[in-house]
Design a protein around this ligand. Structure first.
Ligand code: 5RP
Length: 223
C-alpha cells in the first residue's frame, strides 16, 4: 500500500469516532483531508465542526459541513487530527503544516483526541522530526539562540524565500537535534519562554486514541 492509500484508510476509520448530532474538532494536513472527504461522503449527521486552519475550513465548507468559531460553541465531542510523530504514550509532535496553535486550542476544547496516522509516524522517542514552534516574529532570533544553547539547531521556516506567516500572523521555528526523553517537561519549559506562542509538542494535550494505518489494516492504540 502507498502512504496515500494508508492515509485514505485511516481517514475512513476515523468516522467510527464521530457521534451523530454532536460538534467535532477537525485538524489539519493531508491525513485529515482524507478524513474530511470521508466525512463529506458519509452522510453522517453532525451539526458542524470547529476547524484548526483556514485550509481545513475551506475544505469542510466546500463539502457542505458547517464550520463554527471556537467561541460560539462549548465542548466538542472529539478532535480528529494527524501528527508528524507519535510515541507509545500518545505524545505527539505536530505543526508540520504550521497549524499547531489552533490545533492545540481545538484539541483542548474536545473531550477526546483521536490521532490518525500511518505507521511511519509511530516512534520510540519524539524528536527525529524537527519540532515546530510558533513564535512572535520579534523574538525569533533570541529564541533560536536559546534552542542552540540546548544543543539543538533552530531554523526560521520559509515559504517562497520569505518567513512563513501562519494563520495567526506569526512565524515558525523548526528545532532539530533533540531527543525528547520527557516530552511534557520540554513542552512546559519552552511554553514559558517569552515570544513562544505554542510549542508543537502535544504532551499535556496528548492523544487518547491513535488509529494507525498499517499494511495489515488499522491498528488501534489507546493511551
Ligand atoms: C499540521 C499538523 C499535521 O497533523 C501533521 O503535520 C501531519 O500532517 P500529514 O497528515 O499531512 O502528514 O500538525 O500542523
Amino acid at each position: 500500500m502507498t502512504q496515500d492509500e494508508l492515509k485514505t484508510l485511516v481517514g475512513h476509520a476515523a468516522l467510527a469516532y464521530v457521534p451523530e448530532g454532536e460538534l467535532i474538532g477537525v485538524g489539519t494536513g493531508s491525513t485529515v483531508n482524507k478524513f474530511i472527504d470521508a466525512l463529506g461522503a458519509s452522510g453522517k449527521k453532525i451539526p458542524g465542526a470547529v476547524s484548526s486552519s483556514v485550509a481545513s475550513t475551506e475544505r469542510l465548507l466546500a463539502l457542505g459541513i458547517p464550520v463554527f468559531d471556537a467561541n460560539e460553541v462549548g465542548d466538542l465531542a472529539v478532535y480528529i487530527d494527524g501528527a508528524d510523530e507519535i510515541d507509545h504514550a500518545g505524545h505527539m509532535i505536530k505543526g508540520g503544516g504550521a497549524a499547531l496553535t489552533r490545533e492545540k486550542i481545538v484539541a483542548a476544547q474536545s473531550r477526546q483526541f483521536v490521532c490518525i496516522a500511518d505507521e511511519s509516524k509511530l516512534v520510540k522517542a519524539l524528536g527525529k522530526f524537527p519540532i515546530p514552534v510558533e513564535v512572535i516574529p520579534m523574538s525569533a532570533q533570541h529564541l533560536c539562540r536559546r534552542f542552540i544553547s540546548m544543543g539543538a539547531t533552530a531554523t526560521l521556516r520559509l515559504k517562497d524565500g520569505q518567513p512563513l506567516v501562519t494563520d495567526n500572523g506569526q512565524h515558525i521555528l523548526d528545532v532539530a537535534g533533540l531527543q525528547l526523553a520527557d516530552p511534557l517537561a520540554f513542552e512546559t519549559q519552552v511554553s514559558q519562554w517569552p515570544g513562544v506562542i505554542t510549542v508543537g509538542v502535544f504532551a499535556y494535550q496528548k492523544a487518547q486514541v491513535c488509529l494507525l494505518a498499517t499494511a495489515n489494516g488499522i491498528k488501534t492504540l489507546s493511551f
